[in-house]
Every structure is written in structure tokens, then in C-alpha cells.
Design a binder for this molecule. Structure first.
Ligand SMILES: [Fe+2]
Length: 508
């Protein structure tokens, strides 16, 4: 590297660009680098004006030979361009904008209130999902279950909306549902034409049913889920920035795959990689560490047995991500917060360094996160949920039971249709609040989950579905619960096009 190249590089590293006329001026007047370094350049661009006061000063003579190695201006400009590309990521040209809409968690304290609060929460779930269902054309004439007795006098079909209290399968393979609303309970016999839909019905979700009523049974010919509407457009952003989606890092596990971490960090720091250079946001959907005592005999699977040391490794990882990138983290069932949902953000005690960094955002599980809403634009809305309910929900829906854990996009579609992240009571421990915190009341642009350690990407009615992979290999515990790890997959969404790219930092 000759003298001028070193000068340019040094200035670039200090965040200073050099105007072409300033190069000529330096060459013409043979200005020594130490004089240039002493200049105060507040705007970040070295101009001829900065240099003019230096002419004739001591040290400007007798350096002709070195100056001649500087080359002509066009060569210098080419070099500036190379250095600039190398030193500035595309995403550095833009600010980040992150608005985290956390769920109610009472700072992690669980309320001691009795059964009334559960009743209130289920009533809220019923009412909000009913309000969505009545907008569906098939359900517009819905009546309350209590009014069904009058329907015996009605000719034709009736429509009711209710919460599924039970679902049973008869010996002949038919489904019978018990449906309830605040006015009563009705038994629903699912006719052949609706039996395929009944396979997706799970207990405690809210559905609409159309059929005929004979005084005892409602014979259902159609079942309607709340679902999400057909999109009118796709939300994008103007700036050429991207978001990365990962989860289930499991720091502290013996099965943690260091090579994935190393390759990810090398990539995210590579400003010559166009896609990496665009990354402005990173989402990490829980299981940040492997935790302690999460399942029996976990100690045998731990490389790091101190939870604080596990989180220190997480901090070292995040600190090596360029600081122009905003990182959003939520907990999972392995993290050091209550496992009952909604889970509060990881407390400061465990990650004090992350709390002191302005580019780090701590979220509840689940949480809505709006990113890059700039200049009056809506930005992109991400629904982040670790996904602990998914194993039970896959098991409850026979059509996806066989391949659901290796194709998590299947359950994600159904969860969006149900408009609830964990419908069946007991599939997660849900902390009761007067407002059901797990209802999907807003349709996200991106639905991001983890937990299953497999990887899936899909699009459902305009919503990008991303089930993240993991940094952890297969464990004996995963063998027991039937999960198959597919580690090292990194999902990237270009927010200005909504194109989705998947990188493989393990097998690829
Ligand atoms: Fe996990």
C-alpha cells in the first residue's frame, strides 16, 4: 500500500471521505499526512477548503518522491470507491426504526386471582374472534346458541359461533363437537361434507358452524375459521434493507454448533456481501440459551452449567453483530423467565450488556414488532412467537400430524386461520389476563417462530411464514419428543421487495 492509499484508508476508517479536488491539492502541494490527520473535519468529508490553510507550512517540502507514487486522480477515485464499498455496508446508509408492542406480563409476576379471570379471558377470546367471524359472508346471519330452540320453527340452515368445548370422534369416524357461547351449549354432528374441516378443529378455539338443527343436534354442513383476509397489497419499504430471522441458539448446550455461529458472524460482518450488507434488522425468536433444569437430566447435555455464563456467550455473539443492525430478542421455553405465556422479556440481570446497547430491543413472547416505519410509511409488522404450542397443535390436527414437525409452515397456516397462537387450554401454560394476550388480533406481514428446530418458509395470504432453524444439533431430548433438528438455516427477507432468501451455514 503506497502513502496515499494508506492515507485514504486511515481517513476512511475514521469515517472521513475525501473530495477529488482535495486529492489534487494534496498532490500539488505535497502536504504530509500528519498535517491532514490534525485537521478537524466535522462533516465527514475532507475538502480543498480544509487544506488551503496548510499551504506553506513547515513540512510541506522535500516529499516529492513519495507524492509521485500517489498516481493520478482517476486511479485515486477508483481506489476510494473500492475502499468505500469495503467499509460501508448498504444498511449503514439508513437509520433503523423498531417499535416493540409487548404483551401484558406484569413484569413476570403471576396474578393469584381465581377462576373468574380465566372466565373473563375466555369471554374476551370468544367476543373478539366472534367479531372477526361475523364479518365472513357465510356467517352473517349468526344467532346465539340460546336462540337455537327457536330455530326448530325456522326452515333451512342456521348459523352459530362458539368456542369448541369438546371434540370427539365416533366409531364410524364422524366428529361430534360441543360448541358453547355465553348463552348456551349445543352438540354439533359434523356431516360428511364438513368432516375434512373438522379434522383441523381443536378444543377451545372459536369457530362458526352452518347447518340444520333438529332440537337436539346441529347437523353441520360447513365449519368456518376466523382466518385472515385476502390481502389488498403487500407491505414493503422504500429503502434497500433486509431482515434476518433466526432462533433457538441454545448457548451452553454441548450440541451448540460453533461453526454455524462462526459462519454467521463472518457473513453478517462481510460488507462486500451484498445481501449481508443490506441487513438492518435481526430477529431471534427465543431459546437464546439452553437453560438449566428445563427437562430431566438436562445437566448431562450442558457444556455450560451456569445460566449467567450461558447468557454471557449470547452477549459475546450479539456484540459481534455490527451495531448499525437492530437486534430484537424474545424468550423461549429454555430461557430464564417463566415458561407461562406471555413470557416477559429476558431480565437485565442476565444480559446487562445488551441492555446498555442502543441497537438491542427486548421483546415479550409473543410480541408484535413494527420495523422500518419511516417517512410516513407503515413499515413491516412482524409477529414474533417462540412456538411452544405448535407440538401439541400439530398432534391435534390429523392432516398435519405426520409431517408437521418437519414442515412447521403447515401448523403456522392453521394458527393464522384460528387467529390464536395457542388455542387449546394446556397446550401452553397461559397466564390469564382480562384480555386474551394470545389472540392474533392484527394480521402481520411476517410471522416468525422457532421451537421445532426444523426450518420452514411459506406464504399464506400475503403473510411470510418463517419457522427458524437452530444453532444446535440433535439432542437426546429432541429424539424423545420427536423433533428433528435442521440446523444452520438463516432466513433473510429483503424488505423493499419482500423476497425471501435462505442461507445454509451448516450443510451448504
Ligand atoms: Fe429450542
Amino acid at each position: 500500500m503506497d502513502a496515499v492509499q494508506k492515507l485514504i484508508q486511515d481517513l476512511m476508517e475514521r469515517g472521513i471521505l475525501i473530495e477529488p479536488s482535495a486529492f489534487d491539492f494534496i498532490k500539488q502541494h505535497n502536504i504530509p499526512p500528519d498535517k491532514i490527520y490534525s485537521l478537524k473535519i466535522e462533516e465527514g468529508v475532507l475538502t480543498r477548503k480544509h487544506l488551503e490553510p496548510l499551504i506553506g507550512g513547515v513540512g510541506c517540502e522535500g516529499r516529492r518522491d513519495e507524492n509521485e507514487n500517489m498516481g493520478n486522480t482517476s486511479n485515486l477515485l477508483a481506489f476510494v470507491e473500492i475502499v468505500r464499498k469495503k467499509k460501508r455496508a448498504i444498511a449503514e446508509e439508513y437509520d433503523f426504526s423498531v417499535v416493540v408492542e409487548n404483551k401484558e406480563t406484569n413484569n413476570g409476576e403471576i396474578s393469584q386471582k381465581g377462576v373468574e379471570i380465566f372466565v373473563e379471558m375466555f369471554k374476551d377470546r370468544y367476543e373478539r374472534l366472534r367479531d372477526l367471524l361475523v364479518q365472513r359472508a357465510e356467517l352473517r346471519n349468526a344467532i346465539s346458541i340460546g336462540r337455537l330452540k327457536d330455530a326448530r320453527n325456522l326452515e333451512g340452515e342456521v348459523v352459530v359461533i362458539g368456542l369448541v368445548r369438546t371434540k370427539t370422534k365416533t366409531k364410524s369416524g364422524s366428529y361430534i363437537l360441543e360448541l358453547e357461547d355465553p348463552t348456551g351449549v349445543v352438540s354439533v354432528f359434523v356431516r360428511e361434507e364438513a368432516s375434512k374441516l373438522a379434522e383441523y378443529v381443536v378444543e377451545d378455539e372459536v369457530i362458526g358452524v352452518r347447518g340444520t338443527f333438529n332440537g337436539n343436534f346441529l347437523y353441520a354442513s360447513n365449519i368456518v375459521f376466523p382466518d385472515i383476509p385476502i390481502p389488498t397489497g403487500v407491505n414493503k419499504v422504500k429503502d434497500p434493507v433486509a431482515a434476518v430471522f433466526i432462533s433457538d441458539l441454545h448457548y451452553g448446550s454441548k450440541q451448540f454448533i460453533v461453526d454455524i455461529e462462526r459462519r454467521f458472524l463472518r457473513w453478517i460482518n462481510d460488507k462486500n456481501d451484498e445481501l449481508a450488507s443490506k441487513v438492518k434488522y435481526i430477529f431471534i425468536a427465543g431459546d437464546l440459551v439452553d437453560g438449566i433444569g428445563i427437562y430431566p437430566e438436562q445437566e448431562d447435555d450442558l457444556l455450560i452449567k451456569d445460566i449467567y455464563n450461558q447468557y454471557e456467550l449470547l452477549e459475546r455473539f450479539i456484540e459481534r453483530i455490527p451495531e448499525h443492525i437492530a437486534v430484537v430478542l424474545c424468550p423461549g421455553n429454555h430461557d430464564a423467565v417463566r415458561s407461562a405465556e406471555p413470557q416477559p422479556p429476558i431480565p437485565k440481570d442476565f444480559v446487562p450488556n445488551l441492555y446498555s446497547m442502543s441497537n438491542i430491543f427486548m421483546a415479550t413472547n409473543p410480541a408484535y414488532v413494527r420495523i422500518h416505519a419511516m417517512d410516513g410509511e407503515k413499515g413491516v409488522l412482524v409477529l414474533m412467537y417462540h412456538g411452544y404450542s405448535f407440538t401439541s397443535m400439530i398432534d391435534a390436527m390429523t392432516p398435519i400430524r405426520k409431517h408437521g414437525t418437519t414442515h412447521p409452515q403447515y401448523v403456522m397456516r392453521e394458527i393464522l386461520k384460528k387467529r390464536h397462537l395457542a388455542p387449546t387450554y394446556g397446550c401452553v401454560i397461559q397466564v390469564p389476563y382480562p384480555k386474551d394476550q394470545l389472540v392474533i388480533d392484527k394480521v402481520p406481514d411476517i410471522f416468525h417462530t422457532g421451537d421445532l428446530h426444523s426450518h420452514g418458509v411459506d406464504n399464506y395470504k400475503g403473510v411470510t411464514l418463517i419457522s427458524s432453524s437452530t444453532f444446535q444439533g440433535q439432542t437426546a431430548f429432541m429424539d424423545r419428543v420427536g423433533h428433528v433438528a435442521n440446523p444452520g438455516k438463516i432466513t433473510v427477507v429483503e424488505l423493499n421487495t419482500r423476497d425471501v432468501r435462505v442461507l445454509d451455514f451448516y450443510g451448504g
